[in-house]
Each structure stands twice: as structure tokens, then as C-alpha cells.
Design a protein around this ligand. Structure first.
Ligand SMILES: *Cc1c(COP(=O)(O)O)cnc(C)c1O
Length: 407
């Protein structure tokens, strides 16, 4: 059966607007479309393909586990899930793990746990959840309500209550609303979708202190920032601020859907049998793949190479910007970088992304004003250099057409 991008408009719900080309194959940081055109992949499936496409060791595990055992449900436990949970606990502050299938589901579990923990220990008055403007936590109704973009949660009827938003990176604003009624503060230790925003370390430390003062749990959503992307296994390790609950997904499965919520023994006690669950969460196929991703990523050699690759990106992006003056700032950390548009190009990030795509580069935006790169942690230097050369060609072409239009 012949299918094309046009088929999308015929048979798919119009909630997405995918690129004009249809990718059919990937290897490492390169992807090919239906016409055999090659692309360099700086999008990484939105910070998911942490080891690129079809990494041989992941393909091997997929095939091995795929011919052994895929799914059981949580009526039975399984070896890959137990091993992965043990490794996650050994490598982090956590003592207990809950597995889900996505970032939103991991966050949904975190929020429900925080509410139940508060109920168990302090009573039903303690139900307020504070999160931050521009934050993103997923698209279930609870997580999207906690997310800091009302445009995403409006128009679906009554929202889950007792959720309030505070300005990101503004400790005084949080101080003004946090109280003993607050059961949890949820934040991304580095905002992704909101525009690659790195908070001040004093802010993050201050949030931790305010949570402690008011017996509120601190939830770090590391769905995008975690699993090596910022050069440490999780960004909280860079910040030196430990949350009470941490969520992971995206890079955790390297492209296979899986999510995890990590917490302490004491807090985990509140998710007693029957309080929460998932049919697929923690299935052996997803966990076997995630275990292999974890083994490869949690290696000092890989993690320290991230800083080198970041430096290469920054050096080349500076060269581009010295020529074209299109960015006000390059921000982010490791393999999660944002090119913030200069004033003149505000609102045009998507145009830059499309121009790059035409030159054979896949990249992302984060809002209207930021072009985002979230490539594989093991992207070869040659691919970084070639990808940025294509990015530059896209920019040059775009500016050329623009000046023709203005002439
Ligand atoms: C992508 C993302 C989510 C949602 O993850 P899904 O797997 O799409 O449900 C949640 N939080 C953050 C920080 C994200 O970047």
C-alpha cells in the first residue's frame, strides 16, 4: 500500500502538523526519507533517541527479549524490570521505582503519590500543587493542568483543582504563595519545551529549602533533562539539589516507550496495593531495552563526552552567529541546547527549523523563539559539524529569500 504525507491529512486526527517528508530508516544520527534523501538528526525524536537510531546493542536486546517475553501485566513481576529498578536505585537517591509508559504517566503517578502522601501524613487540607510558568509535564489532564501553559489545558472542561503556578526562576514569587497547604512543588530542573531555560542554582536550592520548611515534596520532572543529556545521569546531580520524587522517560528507553517514577522508601509507602497502576508499565520488553540504554549511558566515558560535544556545538554556533547575527543567546546544557532568536527574528523559530529541514537537518523548536537541538549523546563529531553546516546553509537561504522579499 502506497502511503505519503498526504495520507496523514486523510486519516490522522489533525492534532499534529508533521514535516513534509516521511522518514523510513535511521542509523546512528542519520535518517533517510521515502525518496532516499538523507538527514542529520539533531531532533533525536524530541530528546528520546539518546543512542541514535538502531544502536546495534539495543537492536540485539530488542530481538533477544522480543523472542523471549514481551508482556505479562503487573499480576506478575519480571526480571528486566527488577534489574532496571535496582540499577536506577543504585545510581540515584531513590529507593523505590514505579514504571510507566511515558513521561506524562510517570508524572501522573508522581502527582497522585504526592497528594496521597500528604493525605496520609498531614490530612486533606494539604492538597496544593505548585508548578511554574512555561513548565511542561505531559498531556494527561492532571499533568497538563500542572504544566505552565494554560493554552494547552484550556477548553477541556473543569480542571483538577488546587494547582497554582509561580514564575520560574523567581524565588520571591514562590515564597509568596507556598504554605503549609502546599503538598508538592513540581519543576523541571531545566525547562525543555518552555524554551531551554536553565534556572539559577540559588533558585533551585531555595525551592528545596521552601519545600522543607513547609513539608512539601519536591518533584523533579527529568523526563527531558535526565538520562545523561546534561552530562550527568540526572540534572539534579549537576545542581546538587536532591528531589523527593524524580520522573524519567524520553531518553530512558532510547526510543522504546517507557517511563519511571523514582522516590524514597518512606514516600513510596503511600502507594499501597491498589492505589495506582498500569497494564503495560514495567513490561519486560520495555525494561530490557531501558536496562541496556541505562548500562550504556551510565558510563563515565559517555557522560564526560557530552561536555566535549556541547563545546563543539557552541563553537560552531558562535561562528554561524558571528556571520548572521540571528541568535541572541545559545543556552542549555550538554545535548539539550537552544538557539534563542535575536529580536529581529522573534517568533520565527519554526521558519529556521523548516529551512534547516530543507537542507537535510532535522531539528526542533521550543516555543516560537528557540530552535532546539536534542541529538544522540554519541553523535559523531563529523555529524555535528556536517549538521551545523546544513543549518548554516538553511539560515543563509532563509535570509536571502527574506531580503529578496523586502527588496
Ligand atoms: C516530553 C515531556 C513530558 C511528557 O512526556 P510524554 O512521554 O510525551 O508523555 C513530561 N515532562 C517533560 C519535562 C517533557 O519534556
Amino acid at each position: 500500500m502506497q502511503v505519503t504525507r498526504e495520507t496523514f491529512n486523510e486519516v490522522m486526527v489533525p492534532n499534529y502538523n508533521p514535516a513534509a517528508m516521511v522518514p523510513v530508516r535511521g542509523e546512528g544520527s542519520r535518517v533517510w526519507d521515502q525518496d532516499g534523501v538523507e538527514y542529520i538528526d539533531f531532533a533525536g525524536g524530541i530528546a528520546v533517541n539518546v543512542l541514535g537510531h538502531c544502536h546495534p546493542e539495543l537492536v540485539k536486546v530488542l530481538n533477544e527479549q522480543g523472542s523471549k517475553l514481551w508482556h505479562l501485566s503487573n499480576v506478575f513481576t519480571n526480571e528486566p524490570a527488577l534489574r532496571l529498578a535496582k540499577k536506577l536505585c543504585d545510581a540515584t537517591f531513590a529507593e523505590k521505582v514505579y514504571f510507566a509508559n511515558s513521561g506524562a504517566e510517570a508524572n501522573e503517578a508522581a502527582l497522585k503519590l504526592a497528594r496521597r502522601f500528604a493525605l496520609d501524613h498531614y490530612g486533606e487540607e494539604k492538597d496544593q500543587i505548585i508548578s511554574f510558568t512555561k513548565g511542561f509535564h505531559g498531556r494527561t489532564f492532571f499533568t497538563v493542568t500542572v504544566g505552565g501553559q494554560p493554552a494547552y489545558s484550556d477548553g477541556f472542561g473543569p480542571k483538577p483543582g488546587a494547582v497554582v503556578h509561580s514564575e520560574f526562576n523567581n524565588l520571591d514569587a514562590l515564597k509568596a504563595i507556598i504554605s503549609d497547604r502546599t503538598c508538592a512543588v513540581m519543576m523541571e530542573p531545566m525547562q525543555g519545551e518552555g524554551g531551554i531555560i536553565v534556572p539559577d542554582i540559588e533558585f533551585v536550592k531555595g525551592v528545596r529549602e521552601l519545600c522543607d520548611k513547609h513539608n512539601a515534596l519536591l518533584i523533579f520532572d527529568e523526563v527531558q533533562s535526565g538520562m545523561g543529556r546534561t552530562g550527568k545521569l540526572f540534572e539534579y546531580m549537576n545542581l546538587g539539589v536532591t528531589p523527593d520524587i524524580l520522573t524519567s522517560a524520553k531518553s530512558l528507553g532510547g526510543g522504546f516507550p517507557v517511563g519511571a517514577m523514582l522516590t524514597t522508601n518512606k514516600i513510596a509507602e503511600s502507594l499501597k496495593p491498589g492505589t495506582h497502576g498500569s497494564t503495560y508499565g514495567g513490561n519486560p520488553l520495555a525494561c530490557a531495552i531501558a536496562e541496556k540504554v541505562f548500562d550504556i549511558v551510565n558510563d563515565p566515558k559517555i557522560l564526560s563526552s557530552v561536555a566535549h560535544k556541547e563545546a563543539l556545538f557552541r563553537e560552531k554556533l558562535k561562528e554561524i552567529n558571528d556571520k548572521y547575527h540571528v541568535f541572541s543567546e545559545i543556552r542549555g546544557k550538554g545535548m539539550l541546547l537552544g538557539c534563542a532568536m535575536a529580536d529581529e527574528y522573534k517568533g520565527k523559530a519554526r521558519d529556521f527549523m523548516m529551512a534547516a529541514n530543507e537542507q537535510g537537518l532535522m531539528c526542533l523548536v521550543a516555543g516560537m523563539d528557540v530552535v532546539r537541538f536534542a541529538p544522540s549523546l554519541i553523535i559523531p563529531d563529523e555529524d555535528i559539524i556536517e549538521g551545523l553546516a546544513r543549518f548554516e546553509r538553511g539560515i543563509a537561504k532563509m535570509l536571502e529569500t527574506q531580503s529578496l522579499e523586502n527588496a
